[in-house]
Write a protein that binds this ligand. Sequence first.
Ligand code: NCD
Ligand code: ZN
Ligand code: ZN
Length: 378
Amino acid sequence: MVIIFVNSAFLIACARIAGSMALFRLPGLIDPHVHLRDPGQTHKEDFFSGTTAALSGGFTTILDMPNNKIAITTEQLLKEKIAIAKGSIVADVGFYFGSMGDNLNEFPKVVDKVFGLKLYLNQTTGNLLINKNKLKSIFSAWGKTVRHLPILVHAENESLRSVLDVVKETKQNVHVCHVSTQADLALILREKESRLPISCGVTPHHLFLTEHDANVLGPFGKMKPPLAKRKDVDFLWKNLKAIDVVESDHAPHTRKEKLETTFGVTGLETTLPLLLTAVWEKRLNIDDIVRLCVTNPARIFGCQTDPNTHIEVDQSISYTIENRKLYTKCGWSPFANWRVKGKVRRVILRGKKVFEDGKGISVAKGSGRIIFPVPCAD
Ligand code: NCD
Ligand code: ZN
Ligand code: ZN
């Protein structure tokens, strides 16, 4: 077995030399968009099940969203959430803060504890939908407090346009989450070219599924933004070099809840095998995975990962994604029964092997760390 150390352009040559039996070593991956539901809806996921799923999928660092049942909009609620996470996590976890425009005085109290501010401009899971008229005051207050940390937005179509207008005025760093359509991405690319301080992420489900799959999957293919047309998916792939991150938007709901009206699908355990399959199909290369899932998320959100944390993936192993093998508490994936090529073999956290061949080796509750943003010099 040949192990290849990967984190530069150098690796592509190495991959060819090693042939199909290559075992690659990558830095631990960062997922900057997950919903662990803890506290409040731990029947869907909790800190332990969610971070175990993360490790199993090769993600050693994740950033957790604030749309809990009681949204994380005060320092007190954030502190309570951090305290709960501390004793339960097995991977490293950082947090975002939420706002509907009525908690601006909380911003200075939390800026050393969060990786960004999340705003919801379209209807989705949770109670954080904001009125667009509040955008300007929220942006100004956040920018005054901590300009370098991004504001993340769930903003589709018209909402995206409203956000970009405010970015033009304030020059605040913004990350546009889960971009799914040609129109929205084309707009973002144009604004990026004109040097607006924006980054964007795409999800694996928007890269690998279309509205056709939504019909087949029924409730299990329902998420926000919805699955798009083939032309939209093709446009995302065509412009992958200009996309900053892949974010799973791991958004667990139970099977029973999915039969009612809930939006969101799981993703932590399927992101990497899907991307590795795309590498196998020559639709991207391993350097792209490192860029999209390590270096860019680290840079955009200011999160550092441990140098002794890495994962090993075997590009030559094919397997079928099975619901019963998932660690996410809700136990299902829209990619169930998909044949993928490329498997996580080992996960090493701070020098210690924690996962091997789909099994937790050392996943003691509390062995993950709460992470905080690196302070900015300015
Ligand atoms: C997410 C959730 O369930 O928390 N759902 C979704 O469909 N993406 C919320 C979100 O990211 O919009
Ligand atoms: Zn969203
Ligand atoms: Zn989300």
